[in-house]
Ligand binder design. Structure first.
Ligand code: ZN
Ligand code: ZN
Ligand code: ZN
Length: 111
């Protein structure tokens, strides 16, 4: 599985900032190509600003399911509220933070 950086506290990619039962994904940041559990982890570990994914880049694998370690494309992640491989539900509250990771606000089917 890809390495997940930042303040990770368990094997399902929960971190110091977001550790609810549904917080099981890590996001690959376009700026450095590293997986972090959240933008705050990125902010604390890196000294550059976040570069956000553009809509035409949504076919990149940039989401890691912390439960089964399956990598999803951004488009797959947007399309379903759960992991297509293991069925783990994702946190719908993350939709409030999309603007931190993605340039275009997705029309998210599972909000
Ligand atoms: Zn970065
Ligand atoms: Zn974090
Ligand atoms: Zn999974």
């Amino acid at each position: 599985m890809p390495k997940v950086y930042g303040a990770v506290i368990d094997s399902q990619t929960r971190c110091m900032h977001y550790a609810s039962p549904l917080d099981v994904i890590a996001i690959k940041f376009k700026c450095c190509g590293k997986y972090y559990p959240c933008y705050r982890c990125h902010e604390e570990a890196e000294d550059h600003p976040v570069e956000r994914w553009k809509e035409q880049e949504w076919d990149e694998k940039a989401i890691l399911c912390g439960v089964c370690k399956h990598e999803l494309t951004i488009r797959e992640y947007m399309a379903a509220g759960h992991c297509p491989q293991c069925g783990a539900p994702f946190n719908p509250g993350c939709a409030n933070h999309y603007h931190l990771y993605f340039e275009t606000k997705p029309n998210c089917g599972w909000k």
